[in-house]
Design a protein around this ligand. Sequence first.
Ligand SMILES: Cc1cc2nc3c(=O)[nH]c(=O)nc-3n(C[C@H](O)[C@H](O)[C@H](O)COP(=O)(O)OP(=O)(O)OC[C@H]3O[C@@H](n4cnc5c(N)ncnc54)[C@H](O)[C@@H]3O)c2cc1C
Length: 458
Amino acid sequence: MSGSSATLNKIVGDRGVLDTKSIANRATSFWNPAPMQAKALVRPATSEDVSGILRHCNSSGQSVITQGGLTNCVSAVEPGLDDIVLSTEKMTGVIEIDKVGGTAIVEAGTVLQTVQETVAKEGMYFPLDLGARGSCTIGGNIATNAGGINVLRYGMMRNLVLGLEAVMADGTVMTSMNRMLKNNAGYDMKQLFIGSEGTLGVVTRAVLRLFPRPASRQDALVAMTGIEDVIRFLGKLQHELAGNLSAFEIMWGAYYRAVTGENGHRPPLPRDYPFYVVFQAEGSDPDADDARFERVLGDALEEGLIADAVLPKSAAETRAIWEIRENFEPALVKPPFYLYDVSLPIRDMAAYVASVEENVRKRWSDGRCVALGHMADGNLHFFVAPMEDGDFHMASDECVYGPLQQYGGSVSAEHGIGLEKICWLPHSKSTAEIQLMRTLKKSLDPNNILNPGRVLGP
Ligand SMILES: Cc1cc2nc3c(=O)[nH]c(=O)nc-3n(C[C@H](O)[C@H](O)[C@H](O)COP(=O)(O)OP(=O)(O)OC[C@H]3O[C@@H](n4cnc5c(N)ncnc54)[C@H](O)[C@@H]3O)c2cc1C
């Protein structure tokens, strides 16, 4: 055993460290089933353990890749054979729920769905929600400033974290477990770590913001014939549902057709419409909320804004319409697709998607390009499949990012930069912003041990 592993064993105990051979039993990530490769994998149980690990790695210049649930979409969590992995899998639990203050204190390795379910038992609601809820962790959600389907009403992770604790590269434990909505005592240190993709520190605990659990929920899937109608329908729901609209997800027809049918989900609506929207409202008065929801939907049908609609009648039917939006892997992950996550003003979406589709068509005559997304947040996802053998990531990036700049869009709405988008960062950040990011990285992690290469490159 190397000196390094012996020290790590001392910090976390024998069972806290896995060697290269045992690590190979794990998949590299959600997207990459190949065996994971790394020098060692350490599983700290406390902030003090994390502090000891980082202090040791910092003094020897050892690179550390922090891993939560491995659902990252921008190749940030895949280690190399020279890296040590720091997994938060033993740092789990909802430590405290304060129903009066509307807060929960949670360990960083706790799975998002566990937090949602635990606080629900206390009549409370943690609104962050995304397709990877069963695997992704609160630490990963914080490090990526995760968004998901309820951003339009509750904001991204940045809006849902009141305080946190993070361990810095030199092992310093920075505790800032604020529980108040208002706290202007100096710089807001938590914001440094939210969305920093593990490059500035390892998050160990957080104070999350909770809301009262909604007493009513309404969902629907609708089909539409034009993007202008989709935009008007969004406005109508925002104005007429008394602030209850919490999710509004658009699917272009090509996406709906790709994930439904013979090998996919059962299509609740015919498959030949150009647009589909699945949306959700949450409120506090079940009878009044149901009635209002049905009235607004009926009006939209009468006005010709929506062409067809399905209102689920059971929890299973509700799940089924959301599966179409969230469970795309069986249909889309093979053959290799490149996944994108851009944001731009809603009014420019139709023209932008048309440009991307045209770029893909021009580059690969058989290529596929399907779009969907969190439309109300200005966030679109694309799956681009060249349908040709070879690595075409850069060519595909050019098709998607090329037309984005003219709309003032961002190359990452919610997934982050990781290793995948480093060369595209200047599309969305000015030279001065990137320089300031480098200054921060250098002063907080001078030996570049934390997720080296991610976000800013070498
Ligand atoms: C099916 C599917 C649907 C998804 N939908 C969405 C969506 O709607 N919205 C969205 O925003 N994302 C989405 N994602 C992406 C992903 O789930 C999020 O980025 C999530 O927040 C990552 O959490 P994780 O625990 O899996 O983190 P990981 O993938 O393990 O890590 C992500 C990043 O965070 C860092 N990190 C992890 N834990 C810590 C920690 N404790 N301290 C410091 N750094 C840390 C890692 O080093 C890495 O850079 C989706 C992914 C999948 C597979």
